[in-house]
Design a protein around this ligand. Structure first.
Ligand code: TXA
Ligand code: MG
Length: 319
């Protein structure tokens, strides 16, 4: 499906901007919206044309389902049945950077392409005040993948969205830079057992503390997040990881106090939360220099696990 060129508007996150964004969604058009994790490419999850436009604008393969964003817990529970462990996580972390995958209820009303034909749906209540205000104003479920062309670096500012999707979407609601900077953690369920399907903006440790149990990492392939491709978040340049001294010509991205001579730093103090918030912006900036990229080691604890997951995919051989 080739869409005609659209003049992509920038909307301010005020009453007029929110009203315009909601009007675009009602008309089946696409609006990039700020969330606390990354910008999302929002469309009406009940409207098959809107959902088809999301896949077309991103160049996203049809087998990769979308996350449905909702204003409140009741709206989420109307679409899917959360097991006990899911209710526990929702109570602790919603609204926030957590997505829960659970069996769809009959009569859910979502366009079939949202779930890519699966019998489960991914649900999230974002915490960003602008996203919450828009969801309340729109009053329905909003499908929103990250607002980047498929496979490329995720967007954490309105400028990143414009660089990737200008001309393909109706508008960008500008809510400033995203505070968390990594996509949501995704948790699914194998019966009563909670399974971490994607490391993300809430650490495994925090999720396990809330559950009072360990998270499984896979359910023997029974449930997966189909979007977890080896190459993803990819800059145009080659990426080398765990680099403690860069080669001539490389752009070096440091972490912590011991990276003298680095071109960028994810966090001078070695703070994983600061590094998460800066990761995609630094990758966008480094890539703009047009040279190979080298990245310092990042410890695997807390949000470091999700940072390393994104870095490994950024460095993976391209399909
Ligand atoms: O933080 C986020 O999650 C951001 C913001 C915009 O909310 N969204 C985001 O969406 O990262 P996206 O489309 O880039 O990633 C969604 C992931 C994919 O890996 C997809 O395969 C998985 O969620 N997913 C969606 N529905 C699923 C389902 N029913 N079962 C398993 N995985 C699912
Ligand atoms: Mg994405």
């Amino acid at each position: 499906m080739t869409e005609p060129f659209e003049q992509t508007q920038t909307l301010a996150p005020d009453a007029a901007g929110l009203a315009q964004a909601a009007a675009f969604l009602r008309a089946g058009r696409l609006v990039a919206i700020p969330t606390e994790t990354v910008y999302g490419l929002a469309g009406d999850a009940r409207n098959p044309d809107a959902v088809a436009r999301i896949f077309a604008a991103k160049g996203r393969p049809a087998h990769n389902p979308l996350i449905v964003h909702l204003a409140n817990l009741d709206a989420a529970l109307a679409l899917a049945a959360l097991p006990e462990a899911g209710l526990k996580l929702a109570a602790q972390f919603w609204p926030g950077p957590l997505t829960l995958v659970a069996p769809l209820r009959a009569g859910h009303g979502l366009a079939p392409a949202v779930t890519a034909g699966l019998e489960t749906v991914a649900l999230r209540l974002p915490a960003h005040p602008v996203a919450r205000a828009l969801l309340a104003e729109f009053g329905g479920p909003v499908a929103a993948p990250s607002a980047n062309p498929s496979g490329q670096i995720s967007p954490t500012t309105a400028a990143h969205v414009r660089a990737g999707l200008s001309g393909r979407i109706a508008a960008i609601l500008d809510g400033g830079a995203c505070a968390v900077g990594l996509e949501s953690a995704i948790v699914g369920f194998d019966g009563p057992r909670a399974v971490l399907l994607r490391a993300g903006g809430i650490s495994r440790e925090a999720l396990e503390t809330a559950l009072g149990a360990r998270l499984a990492t896979d359910a023997g392939g029974k449930i997966t997040a189909p979007g977890q491709l080896a190459s993803h978040y990819a800059p145009r340049a080659a990426v080398r990881l765990n680099v403690t001294a860069s080669n001539p010509g490389e752009v070096w991205i440091g972490f912590g106090p011991d990276c003298a001579g680095a071109d960028f730093s994810l966090s001078q103090t070695g703070d994983p939360a600061e590094a998460a918030a800066r990761l995609f912006a630094v990758l966008h900036e480094a890539d703009a220099l047009g040279r190979p990229i080298a990245v310092a080691p990042v410890p695997e604890t807390g949000l470091g696990a999700a940072i390393n997951d994104r870095l490994r995919r950024a460095a993976a051989p391209r399909a």
